[in-house]
Write a protein that binds this ligand. Structure first.
Ligand SMILES: Cc1cc2nc3c(=O)[nH]c(=O)nc-3n(C[C@H](O)[C@H](O)[C@H](O)COP(=O)(O)O)c2cc1C
Length: 355
């Protein structure tokens, strides 16, 4: 095997796995077929079964990974031909032709790959700088079937943020969602550094009293008892204020809900996130409620009570009205903040076909 190729393929896959994924699930694996073919495969079982409708969460993560991989491949002198006609677990194939080069804007995105992280802190309550807004919109580009917009008006941010945190409210009241969420938490630095799937507690940026409360909330009987005295609503209101502190909420809406659109949405998200990172901005995805709404709409709702389904539908329609968008698919908040207190680690990429 061509050593030059195999070393470069390892670098391309390392850039791919730096991408975001739901609860840091890292639902990907790679196959290299010498001399020049690299395949991207999905492992949807790694994602949250209740929320991963149509495997959309997995495919967004794959899209983001493919975006990073394309930038890295070009930085290494390849001109990757990307094909999306795979079936089953195969999501995309790169044919690694030689002769690629990064444009100046792509160079900025490429340099941000390993610096990009979720930042769940409170953001500075300041407006988006004009140049930053333009930069984010340019990085998103024009993608057929996907619209991308930024909501900056404070009243809309408040209203939409509160509707979005209906997710946290339900997660603290519903046993299935509660268990899934708390099972994915890493309580120690050692677990985080090992790079497995899960969220390190310190990346949640809870202030010390809330961190203590969070530790006991992991026990369902405690969470259930505190739910009776209104804790979920209180938490949702605090989180909503924190989310609305961002300069803008980013919204991706889709014309079609299918595999290709989910992957493209993931690619667009990653370009915007890398652009934000390269401008020193912070970003956090805040999209759980939209995923939950799709699960309820598709009838995957046996884990939820009638009241919970109704409050998800009601929150979703408040978001639709607030955004004036028919099918909001994915949302994040973006703005200015100090660096995150901790970041999530990654497993080394699993690559078949490399010795
Ligand atoms: C499809 C998808 C959904 C996500 N949903 C949320 C979310 O609702 N809230 C949140 O804080 N992070 C969310 N994330 C971010 C992941 O938790 C994060 O990317 C992962 O833990 C890795 O951390 P990193 O972004 O710092 O690399 C989501 C990521 C993806 C790809």
């Amino acid at each position: 095997m061509d050593v030059e190729y195999s070393e470069k393929v390892v670098k391309i896959c390392a850039a791919a796995v730096a991408a975001p994924s739901g609860d840091n699930s890292q639902p990907w694996r790679f196959v290299f077929r010498a001399p020049d073919v690299l395949e991207f495969h999905a492992i949807p079982e790694k994602d949250n079964v209740l929320l991963n409708v149509d495997e959309s969460g997995t495919l967004i993560a794959l899209g983001a990974a493919i975006q990073n991989a394309e930038l890295e491949a070009k930085a290494l002198g390849f001109n990757p031909e990307v094909q999306y006609d795979g079936e089953n677990s195969l999501i995309a194939t790169f044919i690694l032709h030689k002769g690629g080069i990064l444009s100046d804007e792509e160079k900025n995105l490429h340099q941000a790959i390993l610096l990009r992280h979720s930042n769940r802190k409170e953001y500075k309550k300041i407006s988006l700088a004009g140049e930053d807004r333009e930069y984010l919109l340019r990085a998103a580009g024009k993608v057929p079937g996907i619209s991308f917009s930024l909501v900056e008006e404070q009243e809309s941010k408040n209203l939409i943020s509160r509707a979005l945190t209906t997710m946290e409210e339900i997660a603290l009241k519903n046993k299935s969602l509660h268990n899934l969420f708390f099972e994915s938490i890493f309580w120690s630095k050692e677990q985080n550094v090992a790079g497995g799937s899960g969220l390190y507690i310190r990346t949640l940026e809870l202030p010390p009293p809330a961190r203590l409360l969070f530790k006991i909330l992991r026990y369902w009987p405690v969470a259930n008892l505190l739910a009776q005295i209104g804790l979920p609503k209180m938490v949702a209101e605090i989180n909503a204020k924190q989310n609305a502190s961002a300069s803008a909420l980013g919204v991706l809406a889709l014309d079609k809900f299918n595999r290709a659109s989910y992957v493209e949405a993931g690619r667009l998200l990653e370009r915007v996130w890398l652009a934000a990172t390269s401008r020193g901005m912070s970003l956090q995805i805040v999209t759980g409620l939209l995923f939950l709404a799709r699960a309820v709409e598709r009838g995957n709702s046996s884990a939820f009570s009638i009241e919970e389904c109704a409050s998800v539908r009601e929150a979703y329609s408040r978001i639709q009205e607030g955004l004036k968008v028919d099918e909001p698919f994915l949302m994040f908040r973006v703005g200015y903040a100090t660096s995150p207190s901790a970041v999530s680690f990654r497993r080394a990429p699993i690559i078949t076909g490399i010795r």
